[in-house]
Design a binder for this molecule. Structure first.
Ligand SMILES: [Zn+2]
Ligand SMILES: [Zn+2]
Length: 181
């Protein structure tokens, strides 16, 4: 039986995993997911939300009272740990080497996360949506120019996204249709 649809590329595969991780985000700010990968193996995953054990913004209904985002206050520090930082922390917690790995994120890392990524030895960043602008962009580009890290914007093809949607909406491993292993 022929394959009705192509398999996702590795980049698409890991971006989809990052998107799934993002569904677990527990901050009212936009959902973000991250997956650290080395040699096509997943090392760690993360999503944005307050530190382990702290109240989830989504559970209490606000980030800070009156604020809809952990990053919205000019005076209060962000409650949320960003997805990339959480993935790196998860690796650290479980003693997993991140040196020489890559990270897939649904949103381009902020400068704090990018610095953390570089210092964790993560060499490649693949992101879906751009984030940095203005002076942040200049600093980001200086890191790239110095050869510390590479960044690449990637997207799911329509056919991959549709196929994944079908898999999510219906039982996946049914023999009677065209989905071949
Ligand atoms: Zn929040
Ligand atoms: Zn960040």
């Amino acid at each position: 039986m022929p394959f009705e649809q192509p398999r996702p590329t590795w980049d698409e595969y890991f971006l989809m995993l990052a998107k799934l991780a993002a569904t677990r985000s527990s901050c009212l700010a936009f959902p973000v997911g991250a997956v650290i990968v080395k040699n096509k193996q997943v090392l760690a995953t993360g999503y944005n939300g307050p530190p382990t054990g702290a109240a989830h913004c989504t559970d209490q209904g606000y980030c800070y009272p009156g604020l809809s985002s952990c990053d919205a206050s000019k005076i209060m520090p962000s409650r949320a740990v960003h997805a990339e930082a959480n993935a790196i922390a998860q690796a650290a917690k479980h003693g997993i080497l991140t040196d020489g790995s890559s990270i897939y994120v649904t949103l381009e890392p902020c400068l704090s996360c990018l610095k953390l990524i570089i210092s964790a030895g993560i060499k490649e960043v693949f992101y879906e949506t751009s984030f940095n602008s203005g002076e942040s962009l200049l600093i980001r580009d200086s890191f790239v120019k110095d050869g510390l890290v590479t960044l690449k914007e990637i997207h799911l093809s329509e056919i991959t996204a549709q196929r994944a949607t079908t898999f999510l909406l219906k039982p996946t491993s049914v023999a009677k249709d065209n989905r071949v292993r």
